[in-house]
Design a protein around this ligand. Structure first.
Ligand code: ADP
Ligand code: MG
Length: 368
Protein backbone atom coordinates (compact mmCIF):
# COMPACT_ATOMS: atom_id res chain seq x y z
CA UNK A 1 0.00 0.00 0.00
CA UNK A 2 1.23 3.50 -0.86
CA UNK A 3 0.44 6.36 1.47
CA UNK A 4 0.72 10.00 0.32
CA UNK A 5 0.11 13.28 2.09
CA UNK A 6 -0.34 16.58 0.20
CA UNK A 7 -0.93 20.04 1.74
CA UNK A 8 -3.11 22.96 0.75
CA UNK A 9 -1.45 26.26 -0.13
CA UNK A 10 -1.88 29.98 0.23
CA UNK A 11 -0.27 32.73 -1.81
CA UNK A 12 1.70 35.27 0.24
CA UNK A 13 2.07 37.85 -2.53
CA UNK A 14 2.04 38.02 -6.35
CA UNK A 15 -1.65 37.89 -7.22
CA UNK A 16 -2.89 37.74 -10.83
CA UNK A 17 0.75 37.79 -11.90
CA UNK A 18 1.04 34.14 -12.96
CA UNK A 19 -0.78 34.50 -16.29
CA UNK A 20 1.23 37.68 -16.91
CA UNK A 21 4.45 35.63 -16.86
CA UNK A 22 5.36 37.20 -13.54
CA UNK A 23 6.31 36.12 -10.03
CA UNK A 24 4.36 34.41 -7.23
CA UNK A 25 5.27 33.49 -3.66
CA UNK A 26 3.05 30.78 -2.14
CA UNK A 27 3.54 28.60 0.95
CA UNK A 28 2.14 25.15 1.68
CA UNK A 29 -0.10 25.19 4.78
CA UNK A 30 -0.50 22.66 7.57
CA UNK A 31 -3.86 21.34 6.37
CA UNK A 32 -3.49 18.10 4.41
CA UNK A 33 -5.08 15.58 2.11
CA UNK A 34 -4.22 11.94 2.73
CA UNK A 35 -4.45 9.31 0.05
CA UNK A 36 -3.74 5.59 0.12
CA UNK A 37 -3.44 3.44 -2.99
CA UNK A 38 -3.46 -0.34 -3.10
CA UNK A 39 -2.67 -2.03 -6.41
CA UNK A 40 -5.28 -4.47 -7.75
CA UNK A 41 -5.02 -7.10 -10.48
CA UNK A 42 -8.12 -5.98 -12.42
CA UNK A 43 -7.94 -2.94 -14.74
CA UNK A 44 -10.37 -1.01 -12.61
CA UNK A 45 -10.06 1.84 -10.10
CA UNK A 46 -12.25 1.99 -7.02
CA UNK A 47 -12.21 5.26 -5.08
CA UNK A 48 -13.57 6.02 -1.63
CA UNK A 49 -13.92 9.74 -0.89
CA UNK A 50 -14.46 10.20 2.81
CA UNK A 51 -15.27 13.91 2.62
CA UNK A 52 -18.19 13.10 0.34
CA UNK A 53 -19.05 9.78 2.02
CA UNK A 54 -19.10 8.33 -1.49
CA UNK A 55 -17.58 5.49 -3.42
CA UNK A 56 -17.18 5.23 -7.21
CA UNK A 57 -15.21 3.30 -9.79
CA UNK A 58 -14.02 3.54 -13.38
CA UNK A 59 -12.01 1.64 -16.00
CA UNK A 60 -9.64 2.67 -18.83
CA UNK A 61 -12.63 3.13 -21.18
CA UNK A 62 -14.13 5.79 -18.89
CA UNK A 63 -11.36 8.40 -19.20
CA UNK A 64 -13.54 10.99 -20.92
CA UNK A 65 -13.32 14.67 -19.87
CA UNK A 66 -16.50 16.02 -18.22
CA UNK A 67 -18.55 18.30 -20.47
CA UNK A 68 -19.52 20.55 -17.57
CA UNK A 69 -19.56 20.61 -13.76
CA UNK A 70 -16.69 18.27 -12.95
CA UNK A 71 -17.32 16.00 -9.97
CA UNK A 72 -14.71 14.80 -7.50
CA UNK A 73 -14.07 11.58 -9.41
CA UNK A 74 -13.02 13.61 -12.47
CA UNK A 75 -9.92 14.81 -10.61
CA UNK A 76 -8.80 11.19 -10.19
CA UNK A 77 -9.66 10.26 -13.76
CA UNK A 78 -7.79 13.37 -14.91
CA UNK A 79 -4.48 12.11 -13.54
CA UNK A 80 -5.02 8.65 -15.05
CA UNK A 81 -5.82 10.35 -18.36
CA UNK A 82 -2.63 12.47 -18.42
CA UNK A 83 -0.48 9.44 -17.59
CA UNK A 84 -2.20 7.48 -20.36
CA UNK A 85 -1.51 10.36 -22.81
CA UNK A 86 2.14 10.12 -21.81
CA UNK A 87 2.16 6.39 -22.58
CA UNK A 88 2.19 4.95 -19.05
CA UNK A 89 0.23 1.75 -18.28
CA UNK A 90 -3.15 1.87 -16.51
CA UNK A 91 -2.77 0.80 -12.88
CA UNK A 92 -5.76 -0.98 -11.34
CA UNK A 93 -6.16 0.15 -7.72
CA UNK A 94 -8.26 0.88 -4.69
CA UNK A 95 -7.86 4.48 -3.54
CA UNK A 96 -8.92 6.03 -0.27
CA UNK A 97 -9.03 9.82 0.16
CA UNK A 98 -9.64 12.05 3.15
CA UNK A 99 -8.73 15.66 3.68
CA UNK A 100 -8.87 18.46 6.23
CA UNK A 101 -8.37 21.14 3.57
CA UNK A 102 -11.73 22.90 3.19
CA UNK A 103 -13.08 22.28 -0.32
CA UNK A 104 -13.57 25.25 -2.60
CA UNK A 105 -12.25 27.77 -0.05
CA UNK A 106 -9.32 28.88 -2.19
CA UNK A 107 -6.78 26.77 -0.28
CA UNK A 108 -6.29 24.50 -3.28
CA UNK A 109 -7.83 21.24 -2.17
CA UNK A 110 -7.98 20.40 -5.89
CA UNK A 111 -4.21 20.66 -6.43
CA UNK A 112 -3.63 18.64 -3.23
CA UNK A 113 -5.81 15.89 -4.67
CA UNK A 114 -4.13 15.94 -8.10
CA UNK A 115 -0.60 16.02 -6.71
CA UNK A 116 -1.33 13.24 -4.18
CA UNK A 117 -2.87 11.15 -6.95
CA UNK A 118 0.01 11.71 -9.38
CA UNK A 119 2.60 10.99 -6.72
CA UNK A 120 0.83 7.78 -5.67
CA UNK A 121 0.52 6.48 -9.25
CA UNK A 122 4.05 7.48 -10.18
CA UNK A 123 5.34 5.65 -7.10
CA UNK A 124 3.17 2.58 -7.72
CA UNK A 125 4.31 2.31 -11.34
CA UNK A 126 7.93 3.34 -10.63
CA UNK A 127 7.64 6.05 -13.29
CA UNK A 128 10.50 8.03 -11.69
CA UNK A 129 9.01 11.50 -12.03
CA UNK A 130 10.69 14.42 -10.32
CA UNK A 131 8.48 16.57 -8.06
CA UNK A 132 8.47 19.26 -10.74
CA UNK A 133 7.19 16.71 -13.26
CA UNK A 134 4.56 15.60 -10.71
CA UNK A 135 3.43 19.25 -10.49
CA UNK A 136 3.29 19.64 -14.27
CA UNK A 137 1.27 16.42 -14.75
CA UNK A 138 -1.16 17.57 -12.04
CA UNK A 139 -1.48 20.95 -13.72
CA UNK A 140 -2.31 19.34 -17.06
CA UNK A 141 -4.88 17.15 -15.29
CA UNK A 142 -6.74 20.20 -13.98
CA UNK A 143 -6.43 22.27 -17.18
CA UNK A 144 -6.84 19.70 -19.95
CA UNK A 145 -9.19 17.15 -18.38
CA UNK A 146 -11.11 18.78 -15.52
CA UNK A 147 -11.29 21.96 -17.62
CA UNK A 148 -10.27 24.54 -15.03
CA UNK A 149 -7.75 26.92 -16.60
CA UNK A 150 -5.47 27.69 -13.68
CA UNK A 151 -1.85 28.82 -13.51
CA UNK A 152 0.94 26.53 -12.31
CA UNK A 153 1.27 28.03 -8.84
CA UNK A 154 -1.07 25.66 -6.99
CA UNK A 155 0.46 22.40 -8.15
CA UNK A 156 4.02 23.75 -7.80
CA UNK A 157 3.38 24.89 -4.22
CA UNK A 158 1.71 21.62 -3.20
CA UNK A 159 4.41 19.44 -4.77
CA UNK A 160 7.57 21.48 -4.17
CA UNK A 161 7.15 23.54 -1.00
CA UNK A 162 9.51 23.07 1.94
CA UNK A 163 8.85 23.56 5.62
CA UNK A 164 9.58 27.11 6.89
CA UNK A 165 10.09 28.32 3.35
CA UNK A 166 8.03 30.15 0.79
CA UNK A 167 8.29 29.09 -2.85
CA UNK A 168 9.34 31.81 -5.26
CA UNK A 169 8.21 30.90 -8.79
CA UNK A 170 9.04 32.66 -12.02
CA UNK A 171 5.96 31.86 -14.09
CA UNK A 172 7.74 32.72 -17.33
CA UNK A 173 10.29 29.91 -17.29
CA UNK A 174 8.98 27.88 -14.30
CA UNK A 175 12.21 28.30 -12.37
CA UNK A 176 11.64 28.23 -8.64
CA UNK A 177 13.58 28.77 -5.45
CA UNK A 178 12.90 28.27 -1.75
CA UNK A 179 12.95 31.43 0.34
CA UNK A 180 13.40 31.21 4.09
CA UNK A 181 10.11 32.18 5.79
CA UNK A 182 10.89 32.36 9.47
CA UNK A 183 8.10 34.02 11.35
CA UNK A 184 9.63 34.20 14.84
CA UNK A 185 6.96 35.58 17.18
CA UNK A 186 4.52 35.95 14.29
CA UNK A 187 2.02 33.65 12.70
CA UNK A 188 0.23 33.50 9.38
CA UNK A 189 -3.53 33.54 9.84
CA UNK A 190 -5.95 32.72 7.04
CA UNK A 191 -9.40 34.29 7.41
CA UNK A 192 -12.11 32.81 5.19
CA UNK A 193 -14.76 35.44 4.42
CA UNK A 194 -17.26 32.64 3.74
CA UNK A 195 -18.35 34.51 0.62
CA UNK A 196 -18.40 32.23 -2.41
CA UNK A 197 -16.38 33.53 -5.29
CA UNK A 198 -19.31 33.78 -7.71
CA UNK A 199 -18.05 36.41 -10.17
CA UNK A 200 -14.65 34.92 -10.28
CA UNK A 201 -14.58 33.03 -13.59
CA UNK A 202 -15.99 35.80 -15.75
CA UNK A 203 -13.92 38.50 -14.06
CA UNK A 204 -10.79 36.36 -14.20
CA UNK A 205 -11.18 35.86 -17.95
CA UNK A 206 -11.90 39.56 -18.41
CA UNK A 207 -8.72 40.57 -16.54
CA UNK A 208 -6.66 38.14 -18.61
CA UNK A 209 -8.03 39.71 -21.79
CA UNK A 210 -7.44 43.23 -20.51
CA UNK A 211 -3.82 42.41 -19.77
CA UNK A 212 -3.32 40.90 -23.22
CA UNK A 213 -4.88 43.95 -24.86
CA UNK A 214 -2.75 46.27 -22.73
CA UNK A 215 0.48 44.49 -23.71
CA UNK A 216 -0.39 44.76 -27.39
CA UNK A 217 -1.31 48.44 -27.18
CA UNK A 218 1.70 49.43 -25.13
CA UNK A 219 4.00 47.41 -27.40
CA UNK A 220 2.62 49.21 -30.48
CA UNK A 221 2.78 52.65 -28.88
CA UNK A 222 6.38 52.19 -27.76
CA UNK A 223 7.41 50.13 -30.75
CA UNK A 224 8.82 47.34 -28.61
CA UNK A 225 8.49 43.58 -28.60
CA UNK A 226 6.51 42.84 -25.46
CA UNK A 227 5.30 39.32 -24.83
CA UNK A 228 3.70 40.12 -21.50
CA UNK A 229 3.46 42.92 -18.93
CA UNK A 230 6.69 41.47 -17.56
CA UNK A 231 8.48 43.15 -20.48
CA UNK A 232 7.15 46.62 -19.67
CA UNK A 233 8.63 48.94 -17.05
CA UNK A 234 6.73 51.44 -14.98
CA UNK A 235 8.42 54.32 -16.83
CA UNK A 236 7.40 52.77 -20.19
CA UNK A 237 3.87 52.68 -18.88
CA UNK A 238 3.94 56.30 -17.64
CA UNK A 239 5.10 57.38 -21.11
CA UNK A 240 1.96 56.02 -22.73
CA UNK A 241 -0.49 56.67 -19.90
CA UNK A 242 -2.48 59.37 -21.74
CA UNK A 243 -2.86 57.18 -24.84
CA UNK A 244 -4.28 54.23 -22.91
CA UNK A 245 -7.87 53.74 -21.76
CA UNK A 246 -7.79 54.42 -17.98
CA UNK A 247 -8.80 50.88 -17.00
CA UNK A 248 -5.97 49.35 -19.05
CA UNK A 249 -3.51 51.73 -17.44
CA UNK A 250 -4.75 50.67 -13.99
CA UNK A 251 -4.52 46.95 -14.72
CA UNK A 252 -1.02 47.28 -16.17
CA UNK A 253 0.22 49.44 -13.34
CA UNK A 254 -1.02 46.94 -10.77
CA UNK A 255 0.68 43.97 -12.47
CA UNK A 256 4.01 45.78 -13.00
CA UNK A 257 4.04 47.03 -9.39
CA UNK A 258 2.96 43.68 -7.98
CA UNK A 259 5.83 41.89 -9.73
CA UNK A 260 8.25 44.41 -8.23
CA UNK A 261 6.66 43.87 -4.81
CA UNK A 262 7.24 40.11 -5.00
CA UNK A 263 10.96 40.71 -5.60
CA UNK A 264 11.08 43.27 -2.78
CA UNK A 265 9.20 40.89 -0.47
CA UNK A 266 11.74 38.15 -1.15
CA UNK A 267 14.52 40.62 -0.33
CA UNK A 268 12.85 41.62 2.92
CA UNK A 269 12.51 37.92 3.89
CA UNK A 270 16.21 37.42 3.16
CA UNK A 271 16.95 40.32 5.49
CA UNK A 272 14.53 38.94 8.09
CA UNK A 273 12.57 42.19 7.91
CA UNK A 274 8.96 41.13 8.52
CA UNK A 275 7.75 44.72 8.94
CA UNK A 276 8.70 45.48 5.35
CA UNK A 277 7.12 42.22 4.24
CA UNK A 278 3.88 43.25 5.98
CA UNK A 279 4.03 46.65 4.29
CA UNK A 280 4.23 45.00 0.84
CA UNK A 281 1.22 42.83 1.75
CA UNK A 282 -0.79 45.97 2.49
CA UNK A 283 0.32 47.68 -0.75
CA UNK A 284 -0.60 44.52 -2.66
CA UNK A 285 -4.11 44.61 -1.24
CA UNK A 286 -4.50 48.30 -2.07
CA UNK A 287 -3.49 47.55 -5.68
CA UNK A 288 -5.95 44.69 -6.00
CA UNK A 289 -8.68 46.91 -4.58
CA UNK A 290 -7.99 50.21 -6.37
CA UNK A 291 -6.24 49.29 -9.62
CA UNK A 292 -7.08 45.69 -10.46
CA UNK A 293 -10.65 45.92 -9.10
CA UNK A 294 -10.95 42.34 -7.87
CA UNK A 295 -11.54 42.86 -4.15
CA UNK A 296 -14.95 42.97 -2.47
CA UNK A 297 -16.54 44.92 0.42
CA UNK A 298 -16.15 41.83 2.64
CA UNK A 299 -12.45 41.34 1.86
CA UNK A 300 -11.71 45.07 2.26
CA UNK A 301 -13.55 45.10 5.57
CA UNK A 302 -11.63 42.08 6.89
CA UNK A 303 -8.30 43.59 5.82
CA UNK A 304 -9.13 46.96 7.43
CA UNK A 305 -10.38 45.41 10.66
CA UNK A 306 -7.41 43.07 10.97
CA UNK A 307 -4.90 45.83 10.15
CA UNK A 308 -6.32 48.00 12.93
CA UNK A 309 -5.48 45.41 15.60
CA UNK A 310 -2.22 46.20 17.42
CA UNK A 311 0.33 43.48 16.64
CA UNK A 312 -0.83 42.92 13.03
CA UNK A 313 1.89 43.89 10.55
CA UNK A 314 0.32 42.88 7.25
CA UNK A 315 -2.97 41.79 5.69
CA UNK A 316 -4.23 41.24 2.17
CA UNK A 317 -6.78 39.30 0.15
CA UNK A 318 -5.34 36.15 -1.38
CA UNK A 319 -6.52 34.24 -4.43
CA UNK A 320 -8.43 35.50 -7.44
CA UNK A 321 -10.72 37.78 -5.41
CA UNK A 322 -14.43 38.67 -5.11
CA UNK A 323 -14.58 36.45 -2.03
CA UNK A 324 -12.47 33.67 -0.57
CA UNK A 325 -9.89 34.47 2.06
CA UNK A 326 -7.50 37.09 3.38
CA UNK A 327 -4.16 36.38 5.04
CA UNK A 328 -2.89 38.22 8.10
CA UNK A 329 0.59 38.40 9.59
CA UNK A 330 0.00 38.73 13.33
CA UNK A 331 2.03 38.50 16.51
CA UNK A 332 1.21 35.19 18.19
CA UNK A 333 0.12 36.71 21.50
CA UNK A 334 -2.64 38.80 19.91
CA UNK A 335 -4.24 36.11 17.74
CA UNK A 336 -7.13 35.47 20.13
CA UNK A 337 -7.82 39.18 20.26
CA UNK A 338 -7.65 39.33 16.45
CA UNK A 339 -10.18 36.52 16.11
CA UNK A 340 -12.50 38.07 18.64
CA UNK A 341 -12.41 41.63 17.27
CA UNK A 342 -12.64 40.70 13.60
CA UNK A 343 -15.38 38.07 14.07
CA UNK A 344 -17.53 40.43 16.06
CA UNK A 345 -17.32 43.37 13.67
CA UNK A 346 -17.61 41.18 10.55
CA UNK A 347 -20.70 39.46 11.85
CA UNK A 348 -22.26 42.78 12.77
CA UNK A 349 -21.57 44.19 9.29
CA UNK A 350 -22.30 41.16 7.06
CA UNK A 351 -24.17 38.65 9.21
CA UNK A 352 -21.51 35.98 8.61
CA UNK A 353 -18.93 34.36 10.87
CA UNK A 354 -15.46 34.26 9.30
CA UNK A 355 -13.35 31.10 9.76
CA UNK A 356 -9.76 31.37 11.03
CA UNK A 357 -6.87 29.01 10.29
CA UNK A 358 -3.58 29.73 12.03
CA UNK A 359 -0.87 28.20 9.90
CA UNK A 360 2.85 28.05 9.15
CA UNK A 361 4.87 27.36 6.03
CA UNK A 362 4.56 23.57 5.81
CA UNK A 363 6.30 20.94 3.68
CA UNK A 364 5.05 19.85 0.25
CA UNK A 365 3.66 16.45 -0.72
CA UNK A 366 5.37 13.33 0.67
CA UNK A 367 5.16 9.58 0.12
CA UNK A 368 5.55 7.43 3.24
P1 ADP B 1 -10.11 24.66 -4.10
O1 ADP B 1 -9.02 24.06 -4.92
O2 ADP B 1 -9.95 26.13 -3.90
O3 ADP B 1 -10.36 23.95 -2.80
P2 ADP B 1 -11.67 23.84 -6.37
O4 ADP B 1 -13.06 24.16 -6.79
O5 ADP B 1 -10.56 24.14 -7.30
O6 ADP B 1 -11.45 24.52 -4.94
O7 ADP B 1 -11.58 22.28 -6.05
C1 ADP B 1 -12.50 21.65 -5.19
C2 ADP B 1 -12.91 20.31 -5.78
O8 ADP B 1 -11.81 19.38 -5.74
C3 ADP B 1 -14.00 19.64 -4.99
O9 ADP B 1 -15.30 20.10 -5.36
C4 ADP B 1 -13.80 18.16 -5.38
O10 ADP B 1 -14.33 17.90 -6.65
C5 ADP B 1 -12.28 18.08 -5.47
N1 ADP B 1 -11.73 17.66 -4.15
C6 ADP B 1 -10.95 18.39 -3.33
N2 ADP B 1 -10.67 17.72 -2.19
C7 ADP B 1 -11.28 16.52 -2.29
C8 ADP B 1 -11.40 15.38 -1.43
N3 ADP B 1 -10.84 15.35 -0.24
N4 ADP B 1 -12.13 14.32 -1.87
C9 ADP B 1 -12.72 14.35 -3.09
N5 ADP B 1 -12.66 15.40 -3.92
C10 ADP B 1 -11.97 16.48 -3.54
MG1 MG C 1 -8.53 24.54 -6.96
Amino acid sequence: MIRVCAPGRVNLIGEHTDYNQGFVLPVAIDLNLQLTLTREDQLRVKVIAENFKQEASFGPEDLIPPRENPCWLDYIKAVYWVLKEDGYPFIGSTIHIKSDIPLGAGLSSSAALEVAMTLALSTAGRFNHSLKEIALISHRAENDFVGVKCGIMDQFAVALAESNHALFIDCRNLDYRHVSFNLGDYKLVIVDSRVKRSLVTSAYNKRREECETAVKRIGELLNLEAESLRDISISDLKNVQVQLPPHLYKRSRYVIEENARVIESVNSLHEGNLDDFGYFMKRSHAGLRDLYDVSSPELDFLVDQASAVEGVIGARMTGAGFGGSIIVLARQDIINKLKHTVSESYEREFGLMPVFYGTRAAEGAVVY
